[in-house]
Design a protein around this ligand. Structure first.
Ligand SMILES: Nc1[nH]c(=O)nc2c1ncn2[C@H]1C[C@H](O)[C@@H](COP(=O)(O)OP(=O)(O)OP(=O)(O)O)O1
Length: 160
């Protein structure tokens, strides 16, 4: 077995009743796809702090009341020794108006009509768990960025 290096990332949701705020990724990893907000956890930051910072930087809104962890995902890519370890959070509240940033263009979507065909292919597998209030743990192995070669997904009660 070759060694995997794991890099820590966040992904955070802003949800208001039946609508979910997603952002169109204008550049970088996942460019051209709709996604929640997030990025690398910087040195000296907790994943929760990084999630709050990324929401502010990318969507222009402030998280109020902190974030709740809802999922943990591991993404690996054929031929790449670096795995993305993504902590998924949901904001308890927010203030401000979503505003386009250099990196993302935010837009509200009804949870019943999310643009899955324009999102990462794993999203339609685990979003439904989040949307009904569940927590999850999953791993997805990709060929390129479009094809899932193997997957494992489970609903969990806690993360410890
Ligand atoms: N398969 C996948 N499904 C998904 O829903 N989100 C994914 C994903 N693979 C990666 N992501 C998310 C995790 C993270 O929020 C984002 C990647 O982070 P970025 O590269 O945008 O990080 P940064 O914003 O720190 O980058 P820079 O600001 O360009 O340094 O994409």
């Amino acid at each position: 077995m070759s060694e995997l290096t794991k890099k820590l990332f966040t992904l955070a949701f802003i949800r208001e009743g039946n609508r979910l705020l997603l952002g169109y990724k204008k550049r970088g990893f996942g460019q051209g796809r709709w996604n929640a907000f997030g990025g690398k956890v910087e040195a000296g930051e907790t994943p929760e702090e990084a999630a709050v910072r990324e929401v502010q930087e990318e969507a222009g809104v402030m998280v109020v009341g902190g974030v709740e962890k809802v999922g943990e995902l591991l993404f690996t890519f054929e031929g790449d020794p670096t795995a993305m370890h993504v902590m998924v959070f949901s904001a308890r509240g927010y203030t401000g108006t979503p505003t386009e940033s250099e990196e993302m263009k935010p837009q509200w979507f009804s949870v019943d009509s999310l643009p899955y065909s324009l999102m990462w292919p794993d999203d339609e597998l685990w979003y439904p768990i989040y949307l009904r209030g569940g927590k999850f743990r999953g791993r997805f192995h990709f060929q390129g960025h479009d094809k899932i070669l193997s997957e494992k997904l489970e609903e969990v009660q806690t993360f410890d």
